[in-house]
Design a protein around this ligand. Structure first.
Ligand code: ADP
Ligand code: MG
Length: 686
């Protein structure tokens, strides 16, 4: 690890350093961790007479003839190259643009796959560049790293800089693991891996390097998670909750419906945890609208009956208020107190709320993350429910920890996390899955509509509103940003109010409104005094208005697949038939793939797998998860085997050296401290 600036390297002056800085590379360490995204192999140049059939290889020569054949199915540009040893033909399909680029007399270096045609070598659509007649020939085959580059800094320039300084760059890289482990897993040394990821001489070396560094990434994560798990399992005790038949019936009686089998199973699994005396650490995963909140409410009420407080944290204020309303509705006529705490909470009621939490008057606390980030004391917190996969960091959990007893912890997520990712990101969680929707739901009809046919969408909204239903219209941005052609909430609100949706009651909802304004609009929409909500993705998660039956997503191509699925989940929550309309030109292939996927399936798992496939795991989560390393190299979907191996090895390593305090693990401990400092510290005092 070296934080020395890269200007201390030979050949890097202020300009170069600036270009590197734009790529996020300022220090030696950052340069070392700036990995190639690919490699290309350069074979040695052969004379035309020596070219080999079916191999991709470079050649050079003088252009001695050109021709353009416009007729036929595929117009093509042809050129002949001569290097003295022989002639080679080249064909460029659809190559009209080459007519004034490649001319007789020019010298070219070309590269392509060679086929023989009437005994003459020929390349189809080779890459080409003009060269000077005396340009040096490529004498030796080479294997070259390809880096993510910029207009100011080419990949080759980066490769040269790294290669020239590779000894210095790797000088401080220390081994993390014992030789036995490396042998067992057939891994090369860590320093060697860093050297070879940048300067391999062949594909095999590059692969070995990548595999080793990927293993390290996975190990780091698994060790961090493993430490956290040992902390919980080993030291922490949680309140034991009791449940009997009477209580079970009383809680069920609060819901106006029977639980589905899937909800029932989840309840059982959760109850087992709550009765165990060990802190529950459970992920409750279920597609949008599958009824997770009800399951969480069940658990919270068991807590209340056991004289323990429960808290539920929502990712947004709108959602916190919604949970608050749901809970209060479910609790009418009981002695259970529900409290709401968000940044909208007025100062007076805020201090009252803090007192009520501290002396146990509030039984169910609903809030945003503000509820735990501020200095808030609970009298006897027994259960924390977190809505929408926001993992709490170890620190936040430590804050929640209540004098020796840790609260139980339930994370609800509607973003179906593909099994492959669940295994890593939520490796320390037990998982309950609700894979069944409440009865009576009518499947949502999803349809793709081009801008030319947009009247279809607006007619649908008119009809549904006339029938007493409501609609959402989602746009990619709040205001027009000039440079961007995407539509905006503000513009569309005006256009629709006076145009296609004139006469309906429209309102806007977006992130620039303050919490009070948002609250007013959401309440009105819930009460049915607004017909159409024109919004950004602020309504993406969790909003529950069963009377809404149309979700119109404009500029659909601007949204990711999982996001689209979330948005669609806002409708189809009641017994009325619902519609999702995807309005888009869908000019790009990937947009088409996403829209097709949406029309093909409403299965959240399948959507998530496709999304993962389209975007890769790094982007799948958008931002970096709390405390977890980003995957620079590991493509978890294809490297599942290594992940399993790392998980086993991490557990074994922690069993042998629980605090990583032995000498061979010094470097590993340092690295771990960067990512999982808090956990490590707690593990070491424990
Ligand atoms: P999620 O949080 O998983 O998106 P919710 O818990 O918000 O789902 O439930 C969606 C809607 O379905 C709510 O209006 C809820 O009252 C209703 N619901 C939940 N479970 C059932 C059930 N077993 N039977 C009928 N309706 C249910
Ligand atoms: Mg919900």
């Amino acid at each position: 690890m070296s934080a020395a600036p890269i200007t201390t390297l030979e050949g890097i002056g202020p300009n170069r350093a600036k270009a590197f800085a734009e790529l996020g590379v300022n220090t030696l360490d950052e340069l070392l961790n700036y990995f190639p995204r690919d490699y290309r192999s350069e074979s040695a140049e052969r004379r035309i007479a020596d070219l080999i059939e079916d191999e991709t290889q470079p050649a050079r020569g003088e252009v001695v003839a050109v021709d353009y054949l416009a007729g036929g199915r595929r117009p093509r540009f042809e050129a002949t190259l001569d290097d003295g040893s022989g002639k080679m033909g080249m064909v460029f399909f659809n190559g009209a643009y080459l007519r004034n680029k490649i001319r007789p007399g020019m010298h070219l270096r070309v590269k392509g796959r060679v086929k023989f045609f009437r005994n003459l070598p020929q390349m189809s659509n080779p890459t080409w560049e003009p060269i000077a007649t005396d340009a040096a020939t490529i004498e030796e085959a080479a294997f070259i790293a390809v880096y993510p580059a910029s207009s100011k800094l080419t990949s080759d320039a980066i490769a040269r800089t790294v290669a020239a300084n590779i000894d210095r760059l790797t000088h401080d890289v220390n081994e993390w693991f014992a030789p036995d482990l490396l042998r067992k897993r057939n891994l090369i040394g860590r320093r060697e891996a860093y050297r070879l990821i940048h300067t391999p001489t062949n594909e095999r070396e590059a692969k070995a390097a990548r595999r080793r560094l990927m293993y390290d990434e996975l190990m780091l994560m698994q060790l961090g998670l493993g430490l956290g798990k040992r902390l919980r399992d080993g030291r922490l005790t949680a309140p034991v909750m009791r449940l009997d038949k009477l209580l079970d019936e009383r809680i069920r009686g609060r819901f106006g419906f029977d639980l589905t089998n899937a909800q029932q199973n989840a309840v059982w699994e959760i109850m087992k945890d709550l009765q165990s005396g060990r802190p529950m650490n459970r992920l409750l995963q279920g597609d949008v609208g599958s009824g997770k909140t009800v399951v969480a409410l069940y658990a919270m009420l068991v807590g209340v009956a056991n004289k323990l407080q429960s808290a539920i944290l929502a990712p947004t204020e709108v959602l916190a208020e919604q949970h608050f309303l749901t809970l209060r509705r479910a609790m009418t006529g009981s002695t259970v107190n529900v409290g709401l705490y968000t940044s909208r909470t007025k100062r007076n009621s805020k201090s009252q709320m803090l007192r009520d939490l501290a002396d146990g008057k509030v039984h169910l606390a609903v809030g945003t993350q503000a509820l735990i980030q501020e200095d808030i004391r609970f009298a006897n917190l027994g259960l924390v429910v977190v809505d929408e996969q926001h993992r709490l960091g170890v620190r936040q959990r430590a804050v929640l920890k209540d004098k020796g007893l840790s609260p139980h912890y339930l994370v609800m997520t509607a973003t179906p996390i593909p099994r492959t990712l669940a295994l890593s990101y939520f490796a320390d969680f037990d998982v309950s899955v609700i894979d069944e929707l409440p009865p009576g739901r009518v499947p949502i009809k999803t349809r793709w509509v081009t801008p030319k046919q947009s009247h279809v969408a607006y007619d649908l909204i008119q009809r549904e509103v006339a029938a007493g239903r409501q609609a959402y219209i989602v746009l990619p941005q709040i205001e027009d940003s000039g440079a961007d052609e995407a539509k905006s909430v503000i513009k569309e609100f005006q256009r629709l109010s006076t145009g296609p949706l004139a006469g309906l009651r429209l309102a806007q909802l977006h992130g620039q409104m303050n919490a009070d304004e948002k609250h007013t609009v959401m309440s009105a929409f819930r009460d049915g005094t607004i017909d159409v909500l024109v919004a950004t993705t602020v309504i993406e998660v969790g909003v529950d208005v069963p009377n809404a039956t149309v979700m119109l997503i404009d500029n659909t191509e601007r949204f990711g697949l999982s996001q689209l699925h979330q948005l669609r989940g806002r409708v189809g929550r009641g017994t009325h038939a619902s519609f999702c309309v995807l309005l888009s030109e869908a000019s790009s292939e990937s947009a088409k793939e996403r829209i097709t996927a949406m029309c093909d399936t409403s299965d959240g798992f399948e959507i998530a797998e496709r999304d993962l496939h389209l975007r890769g795991p790094g982007e799948f989560f958008g931002t970096r998860q709390h405390g977890l390393p980003e995957f620079k190299l590991a493509d978890i979907t294809s490297e599942l085997e290594l992940l399993h191996v790392a998980k086993d090895d991490a557990l074994e390593l922690l069993a042998d050296d629980p605090k990583l305090s032995t000498r061979p693990h010094a470097a590993l401990r340092d690295a771990l401290a960067v990512q999982f400092g808090e956990t490590l510290r707690l593990a070491q005092v424990g």
